[in-house]
Design a protein. Structure first.
Length: 170
C-alpha cells in the first residue's frame, strides 16, 4: 500500500499548517507601538493650552458676570450719594456694594491662583486689588478716596475685559 494513500489530505493539511505559521509569524509585530517623542510633546503641549484656554474662558465668564452685578450696585450707591450728598445716608446701598465687592475680590483671587495663564491671572489680581480699595473706601465712608479708587477699579475692569476677549476669540 502506498503511504500517501493511507492518509488522504495529510500533505494538504501539513502544507496549510506551514503556510499558516509563516503568515502568522510574518504578520506579528514585535515590540511596542511608540509615537515619536517630539510628536508626543507637541500633542501634550497643545492639550495643555486648550485646557488653559477653556479654563480661562470659564473664569472670565463667571467673573465678568459677577462684576456686572457689583458695578450695578455701585452705580445705585453713587446715585443715592449724589442725591443725599452724604456717605451716612446711603440707605444700605453701601452695604450691598461692600458685600458684592468682597465676593468679587474672593472670586478674582481664587481664579488668579488656579493655574490660569499668567496674563489673565495677573489682571485678575490687579482687578481684585482695585475692587478691594473701593470696598475699603465704601466701608470706611471715605468719600475723598472713593473717586480715585473707583477710577482705578474701572481701568482694571477694562483691562480684565480686554484680556478675557482674547480667550473668547482665540
Amino acid at each position: 500500500m502506498n503511504p500517501r494513500s493511507a492518509r488522504p489530505g495529510a500533505q494538504t493539511r501539513a502544507a496549510m499548517a506551514v503556510v499558516t505559521a509563516l503568515v502568522a509569524t510574518g504578520c506579528a509585530v514585535s515590540g511596542q507601538a511608540v509615537a515619536p517623542p517630539a510628536q508626543v510633546e507637541k500633542y501634550t503641549a497643545q492639550q495643555k493650552i486648550e485646557r488653559q484656554r477653556a479654563s480661562a474662558a470659564a473664569a472670565c465668564t463667571s467673573t465678568l458676570n459677577e462684576m456686572r452685578g457689583s458695578l450695578n450696585a455701585y452705580n445705585a450707591m453713587i446715585t443715592t450719594l449724589n442725591a443725599s450728598q452724604s456717605m451716612d445716608e446711603l440707605k444700605g446701598t453701601d452695604r450691598t456694594v461692600a458685600a458684592r465687592l468682597s465676593r468679587d475680590v474672593a472670586s478674582l483671587r481664587g481664579h488668579a491662583g488656579s493655574g490660569l495663564p499668567d496674563d489673565l491671572a495677573g489682571q485678575m489680581s490687579r482687578t481684585a486689588d482695585t475692587a478691594e480699595a473701593v470696598r475699603r473706601a465704601v466701608t470706611r465712608k471715605q468719600r475723598a478716596a472713593l473717586n480715585p479708587a473707583a477710577k482705578k477699579w474701572d481701568e482694571a475692569r477694562r483691562g480684565l475685559l480686554a484680556v478675557c476677549r482674547s480667550y473668547f476669540t482665540g
